[in-house]
Design a protein around this ligand. Structure first.
Ligand code: TXA
Ligand code: MG
Length: 326
C-alpha cells in the first residue's frame, strides 16, 4: 500500500521517517514530483531503480536544502557558486566532481566521478529535506521512459503499490524538469534544457555548449546524461510535431488558438504563454493519451512552440515524446 500524505507537519514528519528508514517517498518539487530515497543508503537507492524500472547506468540527482549542504559533497567552482547564488533554490541541476568524502551511494551516481546536485524551490520539498537531514536522491516519480508526473495522481497512476508514500502538494508550478548543466569541463555544458532558461544562464556565466561535456567525450563515455536518450517522456500514442491542424484520427495539443474543426483538444496556453504551457505540458500529454485512447484516435498532433526561453525545454520533451521508440 502506498500512503497518501498531506504536507502538514505530521505528513512531513512521516515522510521523513520513511525516508530515514530506507523507504521510497514521492514528493513535489517546483518542477515535477520526485521519487525520493536516502541518497546515502545504497539499498534504498537500488529500490528507486527497481520501482521505476530505470536502467542502472542512468544517474540520479541528489537534493539538498541549501547550497552549503550541496557543496559539502561536490566541488563547487566559481561558476557553480555564481549559478547557485542566482538560481537556488530553483530548477537548476549542477553536475560537479564528487568529493572523496561524499557519502552518497555510488549507485546513485551510476558510478560516475561526477554528481548532480540541486536545491528545489518548493516549500514542502525544502521542509522534507531539512527534516530528513540527509541528501535525498530523486528522479522524476514516473516509470522509466514515461511522461513525468506533475500531480500526486500522476505519481500513483504509475507507482501505486510500488512505493511507500506520496506527499500530495498539488500540481507542480513549473511543470518541466530542472535544467541540467555540467560544470566539469572548461565551459558549462547544457545536458538538458529545463526550468531555468539557457538565456538566463548565458547572461550569468557566458557561452555554454549543448550536448556531451568535453570530459565525457575524452574518456569515451557514450551517454554522459542518459536523460539525453532520444526516446523518453513518451506517452502511449505516437506524437506528430509542428502540426497546423489535426487529422480525423488525431488529438491535438494546442499552443495558441486551435484550428477550427479540431476535435479532441488540450490547450497548453491559448495566449501563447511559455510558462503556462510548460506547467500544462505533461498533464496535457497524459490527458490526450487517455482521451484519444477512449475515442480510438491514433496519434497526438502537437502545434509548434517557439524554441526560446522555456520553449527550449518544452520542445526538448516534445521531440523525445515523438522520437521512434526503442
Ligand atoms: O526537476 C528535476 O530535475 C526532477 C526533480 C524531481 O528534481 N528530477 C529529475 O530527475 O528530472 P531525473 O532522474 O528524471 O533526471 C535527471 C537527469 C537525467 O537526465 C540524468 O541522466 C542526469 O540528470 N544526471 C544525473 N546525474 C548526472 C551526472 N553525474 N552526470 C550527467 N548527468 C547526470
Ligand atoms: Mg525523469
Amino acid at each position: 500500500m502506498t500512503e497518501l500524505l498531506h504536507p502538514d507537519a505530521a505528513g512531513i514528519a512521516r515522510a521523513a521517517d520513511l525516508l530515514r528508514g530506507g523507504g521510497l517517498v514521492a514528493f513535489a518539487t517546483e518542477t515535477v514530483y520526485g521519487l525520493g530515497a536516502d541518497a546515502g543508503n545504497a539499498r534504498a537507492v537500488a529500490a528507486i531503480f527497481a520501482a521505476k524500472g530505470r536502467p542502472h547506468f542512468n544517474p540520479l540527482i541528489s537534493h539538498y536544502p541549501n547550497a552549503e549542504a550541496a557543496f559539502a559533497h561536490v566541488e563547487a567552482n566559481a561558476a557553480a557558486r555564481r549559478l547557485a547564488e542566482a538560481f537556488w533554490p530553483g530548477p537548476l541541476t549542477l553536475v560537479l566532481p564528487r568529493r572523496a568524502t561524499c557519502p552518497v551511494a555510488l549507485l546513485a551516481g551510476a558510478g560516475l566521478e561526477t554528481m548532480a546536485v540541486r536545491v528545489p524551490a518548493h516549500a514542502d520539498a525544502l521542509a522534507l529535506l531539512r527534516a530528513v537531514g540527509r541528501p535525498v536522491a530523486a528522479p522524476s516519480a514516473n516509470r522509466s521512459g514515461r511522461v513525468s508526473p506533475t500531480t500526486a495522481a500522476h505519481v500513483l497512476a504509475g507507482l501505486s503499490g510500488r512505493i511507500d508514500a506520496v506527499l500530495d502538494s498539488g500540481p507542480c508550478p513549473v511543470g518541466v524538469e530542472s535544467t541540467v548543466l555540467d560544470l566539469t569541463g572548461p565551459r558549462p555544458c547544457l545536458l538538458r534544457p529545463g526550468g531555468v532558461t539557457r538565456e538566463a544562464i548565458v547572461a550569468l556565466v557566458g557561452a555554454i555548449e549543448r550536448g556531451m561535456p568535453p570530459a565525457a567525450a575524452e574518456i569515451g563515455r557514450v551517454l554522459p546524461s542518459p536523460g539525453m536518450m532520444a526516446s523518453h517522456y513518451a506517452p502511449a500514442l505516437p506524437v506528430r510535431l509542428n502540426a497546423r491542424e489535426a487529422a480525423v484520427d488525431e488529438a491535438l495539443l494546442a499552443f495558441g488558438p486551435a484550428p477550427a474543426g479540431a476535435g479532441v483538444v488540450f490547450q497548453l496556453s491559448v495566449s501563447g504563454d511559455l510558462a503556462e504551457a510548460a506547467a500544462n505540458l505533461f498533464t496535457g500529454l497524459r490527458a490526450l493519451d487517455e482521451e484519444a485512447g477512449r475515442r480510438g484516435l491514433r496519434r497526438i498532433a502537437v502545434m509548434p512552440v517557439p524554441k526560446e526561453g522555456l520553449g527550449l525545454a518544452i520542445n526538448d520533451r516534445l521531440q523525445r515524446a515523438a522520437a521512434p521508440r526503442a
